[in-house]
Each structure stands twice: as C-alpha cells, then as structure tokens.
Write a protein that binds this ligand. Sequence first.
Ligand code: BGC
Length: 335
Amino acid sequence: TTTTEETKTEETPAAETTDEVKTYKVGVAIYQFDDNFMTLYRNELKSYMESLQTDTVKYDITIVDGKNDMATQTEQINSFITQGVDLIICNLVQTSSADTIVNKVVDAGIPLVLINREPLAYDADGKPLDEAYEGILNNPGVCYVGADARQSGTYQGEIVAALPDKGDANGDGVVSYVMIEGDPENIDAQYRTEYSIKALTDAGKEVECLYEYLDNWDQTTAQQDVANALSQYGDKIEVVFCNNDAMALGALQSIQQAGRTVGKDIYLVGVDALAEAVQDVLDGNMTGTVLNDDVGQATAAADATKLYVEGSAVEQYYWVDYVKVTKDNASQYVK
Ligand code: BGC
C-alpha cells in the first residue's frame, strides 16, 4: 500500500494539519479500447472511482489497452505488479489465460477484480462447464463483476418470441435465422448464441439456423457478413440475432441496403443498449436490444475495489442484471 503523507493546504486551519492522505494505485487492464461497450464501461469506471475519492482517500488510476492481444495484456499485468499497484482490475483478453493472470497477481499479494469476461471451469475440450472458476473460489483476493450472459441471450429470444408472429415473418412455421457472433472464446458470445435460440424453442417455435458468423463483436465485419447472408439466403432470413449492438448496427446497414424492412419482413436484435441502438429500437429499425448495464457493472467494480483497499470483506461474485429493451420502454434507456 502506498501511503503519502501530505500537509494540508492553506484552506485548512493550522491546528488540523495532521490528516493522512492515502493514495491507492489502481491498474486497470482493458482487453481492447476499440470496443464500443468497453469504452462506455471504462469511462464510467474512471469517473465513478474518482467520485469515491475523499479528502483523505485518493485513487491513482492507470488504464491500459490490451489491444486484444493476450501477450500484451500479460506484460501490462507484469508491469502493474512491478509498479506495486494496490489493486488490479482486469478485463481478460482470453479467459483461457485466467489461471496465469490470477496466479501471478495472487502471488504478488495484490487483490484482483475481474470484469466483463467471466472465466469458468472448462472440460477437456474447452467447453464451459456450468461451474464456477476455481481461481475465484479459492482466492479471497479475487472477485468477478459481471452480468449473466445466459440472461441476455434468453431476453433476446423472448423479445422475438413475444412478437405476434414469434419471428416467423414469412409464416412458413419455422423461424429461419442467422447468428452474428462475438469472439467465440468469450462466454458472453457462447451463451447469447445458445440461450437466445433456447428461449424461442422453449416458446414452442421450430427454428432453423441458416448460418453462424464469427464477427468478433465488430460492426464492419458484421455488416459484410450480413450483406453476404442476405444475398445468399434472401427472404429466407427472418431473424438476425447479434451477440452485441455494434454488430447489430452493422447488420442494420446491410438489411437496409438489401431493401428489407425491420419489423415487417425481418427482425433484428442485439445486446448492450448502445445509444445508437436504443434510438434504432425507438425508430423501429431494430426489434430490440438488451441493456448491458455498464454503469451498474463499473459501479460494482469500483465498490469492490474500495472494499479491498479498505481491508473490508469482498464477495466473490457481483452480478448485475440485464434488462430487455423494446419499443415499449426504450425511451427510458436513451443516453
Ligand atoms: C458486450 C460486447 C463487448 C464484450 C467485450 C460484452 O459483454 O456485450 O459488446 O464487445 O462484452 O468483452
């Protein structure tokens, strides 16, 4: 712990000059700055942490860009350790590297708050088991702050299932869809893909997957893939499921270019509730999205940080709920 002793400035009467100011160094490693959702998250995290400062407690926050490269991020964590930070907040590039990072940070005696990408227990084939990750369970100095990706997928499917035709725009009895996926290693992408469809089949709909595209959360890649899908499958495509809004915004551009109309002959859903996507929901250009609460998650991560540096008890998991966003409630989520 870094402790700086400072004599108070002129405003303070001379008699009260002995207060100690503690400055905690917090290292924040983000998987990639070039990500719409994580940009909202990191800005919120910084400003909320600053708002937690008092006359005697200060946070010296350093935020670094992992550039979607695990080796780069590992170096950044090493450097935080060498600098002797008081706490590390980490948005892993690869959850499969969780052990390496967790062990390093725990060995250095530094508390670790993992955010956004939940490490799980995996089977021998790398398939996620429905079990919590031992690196968190076994280490009181490590916690995870996030949202349950299954819930977001379920909400996407429920938004479609609640439509008058349950997503069966062409009335042939089957919902034919394309799935636009984020980074396949990310549990958010895996669960959203699985649970969105599960919600539809649970609602009694027959489904047909025309194609799954791996678009790494990226708008431009999704735009190209949806353009290809629309030229290949044409009117067969009734629903475009996107694991996030950035990709849904790309999908929308291609849907409009192909002369298709959301809400009429095709449906489009995303996740995150980015400002632009919420506006598209209001305007009827997107069927719906799901709020991924960056403010709630950033707040929880900063609160956990405060507890750790104060030496208070910290829970192992902090969960923040997703919220369905459709035309009915979208006005509440305009940012
Ligand atoms: C968000 C995506 C984001 C990803 C980064 C997800 O929870 O929905 O938009 O790209 O996190 O890990």
